[in-house]
Design a binder for this molecule. Structure first.
Ligand SMILES: C[S@@+](CC[C@H](N)C(=O)[O-])C[C@H]1O[C@@H](n2cnc3c(N)ncnc32)[C@H](O)[C@@H]1O
Length: 299
């Protein structure tokens, strides 16, 4: 019987389907901290509005923590750092000012910096309404040149973990330079216990997170990659809107032990003074997903 050969050429000469190439890109693990897209996640106009709704929903721990925790945490910070008139505070990544407003109620002079226009606009309006003289700066905190020294610097809800080692050193340098000699930095980070619980996953969902990414319809491929030796996770979002241009958003997360955090602080002339389970002053527990530290200048 006569057989007909398939019309396709030898395997090496065949062109890959565009969709196969897209799927390859979607599932490719990039080099650790290769791309920084925090601006697309937080400051793009549509997403910044979505984030603002999450911040202001007092019941959930998304973008900001729930507001019962925020009240407890702010009260602890005010007491722990003896905040009041004459004290200066700067909150890096302040969002819509949920901490800055609570800390300013003590009488301390508070500043906040964030690159989300929606959040800073909301924060300014709230401060004006409450008559609180909070100074807000809209911009990238990695480029921030403070004009004064602070008694307390805060970065809350693990935003420090989204930065590469180089970006973290840059930020630590900014903090060291504007920290008063007896000043302190309050920071929370993800723990190694949380890292051990994370796994690589991959899924695709239409309009993932309820139209968080775009107002129009889209497909989102979500690939989580684990970098064991660096203790880093990447949540990579490959986004395909119905009409807009496809884009990829990278959300990096560095996980820390007390030792690894101490080592990088030492490089910047800083040290851990005290450690806690959270930014509300609960006792430190290595099993918890996060931990908080008070940092001071190296003696
Ligand atoms: C997880 S939220 C925490 C908000 C606030 N600290 C709280 O607990 O309510 C992180 C915030 O950092 C801001 N952010 C992230 N990267 C930034 C950057 N490079 N420069 C300025 N703001 C940034 C985001 O816009 C967002 O408001």
């Amino acid at each position: 019987m006569k057989t007909t050969k398939p019309a396709l050429g030898p395997p090496r000469a065949r062109k890959k389907w565009a969709m196969f190439e897209d799927l390859e890109k979607i599932h490719t693990k990039p080099g650790v901290f290769e791309v920084y897209t925090a601006q697309s996640l937080w400051a793009e106009a549509h997403r910044a509005q979505q984030m603002l709704q999450f911040h202001l929903d007092g019941q959930i721990d998304v973008s900001s923590r729930n507001h019962v925790f925020l009240d407890r945490s702010s009260a602890w910070i005010t007491k722990q750092f003896d905040l009041g008139p004459g004290k200066t505070v700067c909150d890096f990544g302040c969002g819509p000012g949920l901490y800055t407003a609570r800390l300013a109620a003590s009488g301390a002079r508070v500043s906040g910096i964030d690159f989300s226009h929606s959040s800073i606009t909301y924060a300014r309006a709230q401060a004006a309404k409450a008559g609180l003289p909070i100074s807000y700066h809209e911009g990238n905190y990695l480029e921030f040149i403070p004009q004064q020294r602070f008694d307390l610097i805060t970065m809350i809800m693990c935003d420090y973990c989204a930065l590469s080692p180089e970006q973290r050193q840059k930020l630590l340098g900014i903090w060291r330079d504007c920290l008063g000699d007896d000043g302190a930095i309050l920071l929370d980070v993800y723990s190694m216990a949380a890292f051990a619980r994370r796994e690589e996953t991959s899924f695709c969902e239409k309009n993932q997170l309820g139209h968080f990414w775009y107002a129009e319809d889209y497909y989102a491929f979500v690939n989580s990659f684990k970098y064991e030796s660096e203790a880093v996770m990447l949540d990579k979002y490959s986004l395909f809107p119905a009409r807009g241009k496809p884009e990829t958003v990278y959300n990096w997360l560095q996980y820390f032990s007390l030792e690894s955090l101490s080592a990088e602080l030492a490089q910047a002339g800083l040290q851990i003074d005290q450690s806690f389970r959270d930014v509300a002053g609960q006792p430190f527990s290595p099993e918890h997903d996060e931990f908080a530290v008070i940092i001071k200048k190296l003696a």
